[in-house]
Every structure is written in C-alpha cells, then in structure tokens.
Design a protein around this ligand. Structure first.
Ligand code: FMN
Ligand code: FE2
Ligand code: FE2
Length: 398
C-alpha cells in the first residue's frame, strides 16, 4: 500500500520499514526492525534522494511512482553507495533512463563496481561546496567522509533548510504511524536504539563526525532527514547534543556499567553483589549485563552512555573468557575513549584475567584502568566482604 508523507515544502518521504530482518549488516540484532528512508523533492526539476534496501524495494518503487504521478524524475542523488540504500539504482534507471545520477566521484566508481551493466548512466559528479539547483531549491553538498563510508555526502536544501544527512542521525527501529521524531516518545522508543546504531555503526569515527558537526553548525538547519529512523523537524538540539556527546566520546551519564562473564554463576553472583553495594554507596545508576546473554552491540551502546565500566571476568583455559574478550575487542575496534575501567577476576586455580584485560584496556585513548583489582578464587564468600567493600570504594572514588 502506498505510504508517502510530506516532510518539508515539496519534499516527500517515500521510505519503508523492514520488520523481518534479524541482523542489520548480518551482525546487529534488530528486535524492532529498521526503516530505510528515501525522499523526493518535486520542483521544476525532480530529485530522488537515494534508493532502498532490496527488502523494501517493492514499497519504495510503489511510493516513488505515486509521488511522481506520471512525471519523469531528473536526478537521482546517491549520498553513499551502500547496498542498504542503493539496491534499486539499476531498476530506477531502467524505469527512468534519462535520469542523471548526482554523486561523488568515489561513489560513481562504486556504483560501477556494483552495477557493471550501467554503462550508459549519466553522472554529475559533486563534491563539498558544489550545488544542485532544481528551480526553487538549491542543494549544497557537504562532504562527510567516514560517516559511515569514505564517500559520504550530506545535502542541505537552502529553501527548506533540510539536511539530508545520509546515515548520520539514523536510528534502528521501524517507523509506525509517523515519520517524525516528535510524534513519538523518542527517548522511550528510539533513544537506546539511536545510541546503539551510532556507537556500533559510526562510533569509531568520532573525529570525522565531530568535523561534520562543526560544518553543520554553520548551517541554519530546520530539519534532519536521515536514511534510517525518524525525521527531525522539532527539538533538533536534543539530538544534535546527543551526537556531540557521542562523537566526542563524552559519557552521556555518570552511570556505571558492570559487564560479567560467568560459566557457572559464581562470577555473576559476585558481580551482582558488587553492583548492589555500588548502587547503595554511590546512589548512581548501575547497569549490569551478562556478556553471554547480551549481544555485544548493546554492551557497546552502554559504554557510550556510561562513564565507568567494571568487568568481572573468569579465567578460561588460561585466558580471558571468550565473551568478555569479544567485548574488549569490539571496544578496541570502535576506539572507545575517555572511560574509567575497573577489573575483577575469577579463577579456580590461577586467575589471570585482570592482567590480560588490563593489557588490552591500557591501549585505549584517554582511558584509566584503576589499580585496585578484585581477585577471588571460584566464588566470593562472606569472608571476602572487606575485600569487596574495598573494591566498591575504589570504583566509587575513581
Ligand atoms: C572450561 C573451563 C576452563 C577454565 N579455565 C581456567 C583457568 O585456566 N584458570 C583458572 O584459574 N580457572 C579456570 N576455570 C575456572 C573458572 O575461571 C571459574 O573459576 C569457575 O568457572 C567458577 O566461576 P563461574 O561460576 O562464574 O563460572 C575454568 C573453568 C572451566 C569450566
Ligand atoms: Fe551506510
Ligand atoms: Fe544505512
């Protein structure tokens, strides 16, 4: 069924949501689906902003035809050549062979890599500072390298002050009855998923995101039109502030994250007792996760939210328990910064994980690993109360 929504003057959303995909990029769980957004601006010339993922291609093409109502589009803007937004390039060109693809040089080469049959496609190559005028609307292109691919462009419409922000400001989660963030309780419904999307998809590129936010600060942005998740037309500063924090690796709260691994439950029990004491002592929010039961993308998201991270890790065959090792490796890959870490280790015959985890964490930029370690053999007992209290104190003070 056709589902199109006007998001700004002459500007219509024609996207769709996939609620069946289990894993985004075949990696990240999607319990609430994901939307793929596309837009059409109808002016003297008609511009399409991006195509869609193959999963929502039928919806996209149905919506596109409805918006065009028999007219022929002039331009297809490709903000970056990732298949979740580009699967339909060849099909759209088959329908409208006179379309000019407006994109960066690098994306044009990638388009040819994905679609070698497009030998006759017309390209208009644009870079930072270039414009596309369609009559009443003038689109300025802004380079956003590595937000999320190297060739990413944003486009800013002088007329509506809408920023077509590609994958930036995107959110996991399907869209329901509206495309606008302000029609939902965003903090309740989408904020955690927006953070998880940010941290895992572009978290590594904080510096590049910061640079593009600085460029955006010079624009009078009235609406943000991302490729995933809701469109922003009100309270933009709420989301821009979140992005500034996330991009600068500034903890969003002073909550404390506790992540544990546990084969048989003893390390879990110790982590829970620790977390309860820590909550009582600090009055701060403490979030506890079992690394085996929680997809690592959620742990990463919580690292972006919390200021301190406490890891309880059993020794496993002389090494770090695999689920904790995966978490550490993901944090390293995403270049986590500005956090305080504390380590607790368990081992029945020779606990060694504090030393091994510390060696990894000490390579992280602007991070501290507190010297106090909680070491216990097999399980924590009442007789260890003092030791536990000392560790709680050390984490609280850090
Ligand atoms: C397969 C396996 C390998 C282990 N390897 C080690 C080890 O190399 N060194 C050690 O001190 N403890 C080792 N342990 C013991 C655990 O680190 C831990 O002390 C024990 O599982 C109790 O904690 P839990 O109930 O949280 O799993 C191992 C346990 C298992 C089941
Ligand atoms: Fe992307
Ligand atoms: Fe995307």
């Amino acid at each position: 069924m056709i589902n199109i929504q006007e998001v700004a003057k002459d500007t219509v959303w024609i996207g769709g949501s996939d609620r069946r995909l289990a894993l985004f990029e075949n990696l990240f769980p999607l319990p609430n689906g994901v939307s793929y957004n596309n837009y059409v601006v109808t002016d003297e010339k008609i511009v399409i902003f991006d195509t869609s993922d193959v999963s929502v291609a039928d919806q996209y093409l149905e919506n596109l035809k409805a918006v065009l109502a028999g007219r022929t589009p002039d331009y297809l803007v490709v903000l970056h050549m990732e298949p979740d937004h580009c699967s339909q390039i060849e099909n759209v060109l088959r329908l409208y062979p006179n379309l000019t693809i407006v994109t960066s040089l690098q994306a044009s080469n990638m388009i040819r890599q994905f679609f070698p049959a497009l030998t006759d496609a017309k390209f208009q190559l644009v870079k930072e500072g270039d414009v596309l005028n369609t009559g009443a609307h003038t689109f300025h292109f802004v380079a956003a390298p590595m937000v999320h691919w190297p060739e990413v462009l944003f486009a800013f419409d002088d007329c509506t002050k809408a920023l077509f922000s590609a994958d930036a400001f995107g959110t996991f989660g399907a869209l329901d009855d509206s495309v606008f963030a302000d029609d939902y309780d965003f903090e309740k419904k989408y904020l955690d998923e927006a953070r998880r999307y940010y941290a895992n998809i572009v978290g590594k590129f904080g510096m590049q995101v910061t640079n593009v936010l600085k460029k955006a600060a010079g624009l009078d942005i009235r609406a943000i039109l991302p490729l995933h998740g809701p469109v922003w037309r009100k309270d933009l500063s709420f989301f821009l502030d979140k992005y500034e924090k996330w991009a600068s690796y500034t903890p969003e709260t002073d909550d404390i994250l506790v992540v544990y691994g546990s084969l048989y439950g003893h390390t879990a029990s110790a982590a829970e007792a620790f977390a309860a004491k820590l909550r009582r002592e600090t009055g701060k929010g403490v979030a506890v996760y079992d690394a085996s039961k929680t997809d690592v993308s959620y742990l990463i998201s919580e690292v972006w939210r919390c200021a301190k991270v406490v890891i309880f890790c059993p020794t496993y065959n002389g090494g770090i328990y695999p689920r904790i090792e995966g978490f550490l490796n993901d944090m390293a890959a995403l270049q986590v910064q500005n956090r305080t870490f504390a380590l607790a280790e368990n081992g029945t015959w020779g606990p060694v994980t504090a030393k091994l985890c510390r060696a990894k964490l000490e390579t992280f930029k602007n991070c501290t690993v507190i010297p106090e370690v909680l070491t216990f053999k097999s399980a924590l007992h009442e007789s260890d109360e003092e030791k536990l209290d000392a560790f709680v104190d050390a984490v609280a003070r850090a």
